[in-house]
Design a protein around this ligand. Structure first.
Ligand code: XLS
Ligand code: NI
Ligand code: NI
Length: 446
C-alpha cells in the first residue's frame, strides 16, 4: 500500500511556467550542461534519517509528523520494513538517483550487538531488493556513534578504550553494509568527537586516538576492496561544545599531521560551514584548493540563529558561488548533493516532504545553470588570472622557485628596482557580474 497515494510520481519537469505545484521548474535530469546531464552533475540524494526516522519532535515538544512506523508498540523489524517501503516509494516518486543512511536508520538496534548486526544484515538484503526494483543507488552510508549513552564522551576520542572498540565494531559493520549496497562513499561525522570542558580533557591524547581510528578505517576499506571514498564531515559544535573536525582547514591539518591525506576527503554541509563562521563558498573553495573536496550536505541554516536548523536550500546565490568552484574543478567525483534536510515541525502533511525537496532541487538546478554560465563566460576566471599575473613573470617565478633570499629582495628594493602600485580588486564589479547572471532566467538552449 502506498504511503504517498496522492502523489502519483515521478515528479515531472514542467518548465518555468508549470502550473502544478508538484513539478520541477528547472531540474531537468537529461538537460545537458557543460557537456554533462544535469542529474550527473548534481547527483542528488535523499537522507533517510530526517525524512523517515524523525517524528518532528524538538527539545520542547513531541513529534508532529505522520510516521506510523515510529509509533510505540510496532514490531521493530516490521516497522523497519514499513519505513523502507515508504522511503523507496518517496525516492522513486521524487525521481532522484541516490539515498543516504545511518545503520540505525534502516535497522533497529537489538538487545545484543549480535542481534543488531543480524537486523542490519536482514535490512540490507531488503534494501538490495528495493534498489534493484527502483534503480535508486546509495551515495553514502554511515554509522550513528553519537546517539547512544555509551558515546556521551565520544566514540573514537572516548577516555575509555572499550567505547573506542565498540565504535570500531559498529563502523566495521556499517562499512560492510555500504560496500554490499555499492555505496559511492562512506561518511564519518564526529558529533561527539570533541569536548564539553577542557578541565577533564586531554586534547592531544584524543587526537591520537582519532587518528588511530581513522587509520583502521582506511586499512579496513582497502582490506575488503571497498572502492568508495571515505569522507569526514566537519562541524564546529553541536551537540558537543567544541568538535575537533571544526571546519575543512582543521580536518585538513589533522589529516596532514597524521599522514592521512589521500585516504579521506570532506563532506561539507552548508549549515556547518556557517556555524563555523565561514561561508559555504569558503569551505568548498578551501577543500578544492587542498585536494580534499568530496561531497556536500545541501541543508542551510537560518542566518538569525546559531544552530543546525537543517533547512532546505533556497538561496541560488549561496549555492551558485560554491557550484562555480565545483564546476571549475571538474565537478563531483564520487560525491553529490545530499539533502540532510529537515522539514519545519509544522510541516506535518506527507506532501510537505515533496514540497521541501522539489524546491531545494530546483534551487540547485538553477545554481548549476548560473554557475555554468559564469564558467562559460570566463570573466571571473580571467579577473583572477589577471590579478596574479605578476607571479608568472620573472620576479614571481624566481621568488617561488627559491632563487631569491630576503637579503636579495632587500637589495632590489633598496636599489630602486621595484616600485609596486596598489591595484583595484574590482570587488563590486565582480559582484555585479555574478548578480547579472543570477537575475537572468536561463532557458534551455540559451
Ligand atoms: C549532523 C550531521 C549528520 C551527518 C551524518 O549535524 O549533519 O546528519 O550528516 O551523521
Ligand atoms: Ni550532515
Ligand atoms: Ni548537520
Amino acid at each position: 500500500m502506498d504511503f504517498f497515494p496522492d502523489v502519483p510520481g515521478p515528479i515531472p519537469f514542467g518548465g518555468r511556467d508549470a502550473e502544478a505545484e508538484l513539478a520541477y521548474r528547472v531540474y531537468d535530469p537529461d538537460r545537458i550542461v557543460l557537456g554533462k546531464r544535469m542529474e550527473d552533475h548534481l547527483r542528488i540524494a535523499v537522507c533517510y534519517w530526517h525524512s523517515f526516522g524523525w517524528p518532528g519532535s524538538d527539545v520542547f515538544g513531541q513529534g508532529t509528523f505522520d510516521r506510523p512506523w515510529l509509533e510505540p508498540g510496532v514490531d521493530p523489524m516490521r516497522a523497519a520494513r514499513q519505513k523502507m517501503d515508504a522511503a523507496f516509494e518517496f525516492f522513486a516518486k521524487l525521481g532522484t538517483p541516490f539515498f543516504c543512511f545511518h545503520d540505525i536508520d534502516i535497522a533497529p538496534v537489538g538487545a545484543t550487538f549480535a542481534e543488531t548486526k543480524h537486523n542490519l544484515e536482514e535490512m540490507v538484503g531488503y534494501a538490495e531488493e528495493h534498489m534493484a526494483r527502483t534503480g535508486v543507488r546509495l551515495l553514502w552510508g554511515t554509522t550513528n556513534a553519537f546517539g547512544h549513552p555509551r558515546f556521551a564522551a565520544g566514540a573514537a576520542t572516548n577516555p575509555d578504550p572499550e567505547v573506542f572498540a565498540y565504535a570500531a565494531a559498529q563502523v566495521k559493520n556499517a562499512i560492510d553494509a555500504t560496500h554490499r549496497l555499492g555505496g559511492a562513499n562512506y561518511v564519518l561525522w564526529g558529533g561527539r568527537e570533541g569536548y564539553e570542558t577542557l578541565l577533564n580533557t586531554r586534547m592531544r591524547r584524543e587526537a591520537d586516538q582519532l587518528a588511530r581510528f581513522l587509520t583502521m578505517v582506511a586499512e579496513y576499506k582497502h582490506a575488503i576492496g571497498f572502492e568508495g571514498t571515505l569522507l569526514i564531515e566537519p562541524k564546529p559544535q553541536e551537540p558537543t561544545k567544541h568538535q575537533y573536525d571544526y571546519d575543512c582547514a582543521s580536518v585538513h591539518g589533522f589529516l596532514d599531521r597524521y599522514d592521512l591525506v589521500g585516504e579521506f576527503r570532506v563532506n561539507i554541509e552548508v549549515n556547518h560551514a556557517t556555524l563555523a563562521g565561514h561561508s559555504f563558498h569558503h569551505e568548498v573553495a578551501y577543500a578544492i584548493d587542498n585536494g580534499i573536496f568530496g561531497s556536500v550536505d545541501a541543508n542551510r541554516g537560518d542566518p538569525h540563529n546559531q544552530w543546525d536548523t537543517d533547512q532546505f536550500p533556497n538561496s541560488v546565490e549561496e549555492m551558485t558561488l560554491a557550484m562555480f568552484e565545483i564546476l571549475r574543478s571538474g565537478g563531483f567525483d564520487t560525491g553529490g548533493f545530499n539533502f540532510d534536510t529537515k522539514l519545519r515541525r509544522q510541516s506535518m502533511d506527507r506532501v510537505d516532504l515533496f514540497h521541501g525537496h522539489i524546491g531545494g532541487i530546483d534551487t540547485l538546478a538553477q545554481s548549476l545553470l548560473a554557475a555554468a554560465r559564469l564558467v562559460e563566460d570566463g570573466a571571473l576566471q580571467a579577473a583572477r588570472d589577471q590579478r596574479y599575473a605578476g607571479w608568472a613573470g620573472p620576479l614571481g617565478t624566481a621568488i617561488i622557485d627559491g632563487d631569491l633570499s630576503l637579503g636579495d629582495l632587500e637589495q632590489k628594493v633598496a636599489a630602486g628596482d621595484l616600485d609596486p602600485h596598489p591595484v583595484s580588486g574590482r570587488q563590486e564589479q565582480l559582484e555585479n557580474l555574478v548578480n547579472r547572471t543570477l537575475w537572468r532566467a536561463i532557458e534551455p538552449g540559451e
